[in-house]
Design a protein around this ligand. Structure first.
Ligand SMILES: C[S@@+](CC[C@H](N)C(=O)[O-])C[C@H]1O[C@@H](n2cnc3c(N)ncnc32)[C@H](O)[C@@H]1O
Length: 257
C-alpha cells in the first residue's frame, strides 16, 4: 500500500497481478474474456511463452483494432484477439487451461442474478483454472461520484455509479455455484497518482458520465470548467497526501474446474 504508482495505468497494474496470481505455466492455452486493450493478455502471452497461446475475446470492435495494432508493434506472435460475445463463444468444450477476466465479471452475470456465464466453465479443461478481478475501491471514481451526486441530487446513485462491488464471499459463491472448486481469494491495493489535472480529466470521461457533463455544460458558459475545478480540488482535499494520490483496491478470485 505504501508504493505509489505515478503515471501507471491502473488496468495494466491489476492485469499483471491477475496473471501472476493465476500461476500460468509455460505452454498453456489461455482465454482472456473481455480483454479490453490487453491489460492481462500481454503479460499472459509472456508467461505462456512460444509454445503456448493466449486468445483474447472482445465485444468492442475498437478494442480489437487497438490490440491487433499492439500485436504488430510489440511483435507478439503467440496471442490473438477475436471479436466475440462472451455469452456466445464459438470454442470447443475444454479448449483452455486458464480462463481469465479482468474487471469484467459484471458483464458475465446473467442480468439480475449471480449466475456466471456458463461459457467460462464449458471452454475450460477439467483441472483448469478460472480467475477474475473486480474493483473493491477506486477512490478517484468515488470522489467524482460524490461531485456528480451533488450536481444531480435528483438522479438515483445507481444511475451514476460506474462499477459494481462484489465482496470476496459473493465472488466465491458465484464461482462455486458455477461449478468451480478450490476457490482462492486475494486482495491487492495500492496508491496511484495523476500526473496532472488534464490526465485526470481524461480518465473521468467514462461513457456513463458523459451525458451528465453535457448537462452541466448546457447550464451555461464556464459551468463545466467550474465543476471540473471543484471535482479536482475535492480529489486533492481527499487525497491521503494532498497530492492527488488515490487508492485502488481489487479483489481477485480463482477456481478450478
Ligand atoms: C472494464 S473493461 C476491462 C478490460 C480488460 N479486461 C482490463 O482488465 O483492462 C471490460 C471489457 O469487457 C468487454 N465486454 C463486455 N461485455 C462483453 C461480452 N459480452 N463479451 C466480450 N467482451 C465484453 C468490454 O468491451 C470491455 O472492454
Amino acid at each position: 500500500m505504501s508504493e505509489k504508482h505515478s503515471g501507471l495505468n491502473v488496468s495494466v497494474y491489476f492485469g499483471k497481478h491477475l496473471v501472476e496470481l493465476a500461476n500460468i505455466h509455460e505452454g498453456a492455452r489461455v482465454l482472456d474474456v473481455g480483454c479490453g486493450w490487453g491489460a492481462s493478455l500481454f503479460p499472459a502471452a509472456q508467461k505462456v511463452g512460444p509454445q503456448g497461446h493466449v486468445t483474447g475475446i472482445e465485444i468492442d470492435e475498437k478494442s480489437v483494432e487497438i490490440v491487433e495494432t499492439r500485436f504488430k508493434e510489440r511483435g507478439v506472435t503467440n496471442a490473438s484477439i477475436l471479436l466475440m460475445d462472451a455469452w456466445k463463444m464459438t470454442f470447443d468444450d475444454a479448449s483452455f487451461d486458464y480462463v481469465l477476466g479482468g474487471a469484467v465479471i459484471g458483464f458475465l452475470l446473467k442480468e439480475g442474478t449471480q449466475e456466471l456465464c456458463p461459457e467460462t466453465h464449458r471452454v475450460l479443461k477439467k483441472g483448469g483454472r478460472v480467475g477474475f478481478s473486480t474493483w473493491k475501491t477506486m477512490e478517484d471514481l468515488d470522489w467524482m461520484l460524490e461531485s456528480l451526486k451533488m450536481g444531480f441530487p435528483e438522479v438515483p446513485e445507481s444511475e451514476l455509479s460506474v462499477y459494481s462491488r462484489y465482496s470476496p464471499d459473493v465472488l466465491a459463491a458465484i464461482l462455486s455455484q458455477a461449478g468451480f472448486h478450490q476457490i482462492t481469494k486475494h486482495t491487492i491495493g495500492t496508491e496511484f497518482l495523476y500526473k496532472d489535472k488534464e490526465t485526470w480529466w481524461k480518465d473521468m470521461q467514462l461513457y456513463t458520465w458523459k451525458p451528465f457533463y453535457d448537462k452541466i455544460d448546457a447550464r451555461g458558459p464556464g459551468k463545466l470548467e467550474e465543476f471540473k475545478d471543484a471535482a479536482y480540488n475535492s480529489l486533492l482535499d481527499n487525497s491521503h497526501n494532498s497530492d492527488g494520490s488515490y487508492n485502488v483496491t481489487t479483489y481477485f478470485i480463482f477456481g478450478t474446474k
